[in-house]
Design a protein around this ligand. Structure first.
Ligand code: PMP
Length: 354
């Protein structure tokens, strides 16, 4: 059945974001940049002692315990922290709150594809400056008039990290715009722009528990900025849905933040495996920009990416591939455990012998 035109004209139709596959069977899952290791041990303990009687009650709408734990972790006041249901929720609220101009919002043409979806959904005009030949963001493109700026650092799916002088340059050229730095992968990379928040009143830094903290399934993300912008964000959030974060996620999040040692050790393991994986991939003939994330964006000059993607999938090794365009010949490979990566490399070397 099709929707009649007179009904359709009043409906907000949109082309949704397409998340990576979540197969229910057991596969080597290197397709959605999850962490292959479990979350901090304290998280399991919390789950075992959850008082289900509390489930009768609404959760704390401010998610105060989690906000406080994060504020302590970064050594800032609670008023500088906003939490949400994954950074997707936080970013979506940021688009709604801060990108409210007739002028176009700027984000790279090759980047997290959700940005375009939110811009379209909220009817925010946008321009997507192209990455250069090496897939780098061209800073001068962000000197033009705009209604806000957002980019991930490291960028996705390229995995390229830009140093903080790059972020500062963009901030300095755009004192009248809100600049959002999406740091979903920064723990695997280098310095966070978090250290710039007291210096630039137009900066918002967004991070997630989904990658370095191994908690994609719990859906926790957060933004750090100045108290005034955080208040604007909360005002919009409370006008949308007061109880976004459930009690379980709040408690688990607090436990994860407390265990700094486990977090740092986990990051080190992924970075080590990534550096080894780069050598293996290069030996197999792959080329890729230098990754500073928990994934590698690689192309093989002699093999079609779509064909490779399907061959891997048939053998229960899932990576990510986007059809067509400038990235159509690339595979985005999440860094898994050394064992998972070895299975991938063994498969590829056999495949390439044929
Ligand atoms: N930003 C970027 C750049 C991402 O790749 C992702 C993961 N898909 C997210 C944000 C959202 O992550 P989450 O909602 O799990 O925090």
């Amino acid at each position: 059945m099709t929707i009649r035109p007179e009904l359709l004209k009043n409906i907000r139709t949109t082309e949704p974001y397409v998340p990576g596959e979540q197969p229910q069977e057991k596969v080597i899952k290197l397709n959605t940049n999850e962490n292959p290791y479990p979350p901090a041990p304290g998280v399991e303990k919390v789950l075992r002692t959850m008082d289900t009687d509390r489930f009768r009650l609404y959760p704390d709408p401010t998610a105060g315990q989690l906000v406080h734990a994060l504020a302590e972790f970064y050594g800032v006041d609670d008023s500088r922290v906003f939490v949400g249901v994954g950074s997707d929720d936080v970013l979506s609220m940021c688009f709604l709150t801060f990108f409210n101009s007739e002028k176009p919002v700027l984000f790279p043409d090759i980047t997290y594809s959700f940005y375009k979806v939110w811009a379209q959904l909220y009817r925010i005009p946008y321009i997507c400056p192209g990455l250069d030949e090496e897939f780098r963001i061209v800073r001068e493109d962000y000197y033009q008039e705009n209604g806000g700026i957002i980019f991930p650092n490291p960028n996705a799916p390229t995995a390229i990290y830009e140093e903080l002088d790059f972020v500062e340059d963009i901030l300095r050229h755009n004192p009248s715009s809100i600049v959002i730095v999406d740091e979903a992968y920064v723990d695997f990379a280098g310095k966070s722009a978090m250290e710039l928040i007291s210096e630039y009143d137009n900066l918002i830094v967004v991070q997630t528990f989904s990658k370095a903290r191994s908690m994609a399934g719990m859906r926790i993300g957060y933004a750090v900025s100045n108290p005034e912008l955080i208040r604007c964000l909360n005002d919009v959030k409370y006008s949308f849905n007061s109880y976004t974060m459930n009690q379980t996620a709040i408690r688990c999040g607090v436990e994860a933040v407390k265990d700094k040692e486990y977090f740092e050790a986990g990051v080190r393991k992924i970075v080590e495996t990534r550096e080894w994986a780069k050598k293996e991939l290069a030996e197999l003939g792959f080329v890729f920009p230098d990754s500073k994330a928990n994934f590698i964006f690689a192309r093989h000059p002699e093999y079609d990416a779509g064909v490779l993607f399907r061959a891997l999938k048939e053998n229960k090794i899932y990576v990510r591939h986007w059809d067509g365009g400038r990235i159509g010949q690339y595979l985005r490979i999440t860094v898994g455990t050394p064992e998972e990566m070895k299975t991938l490399f063994d498969f590829l070397s056999e495949y390439m012998k044929k």
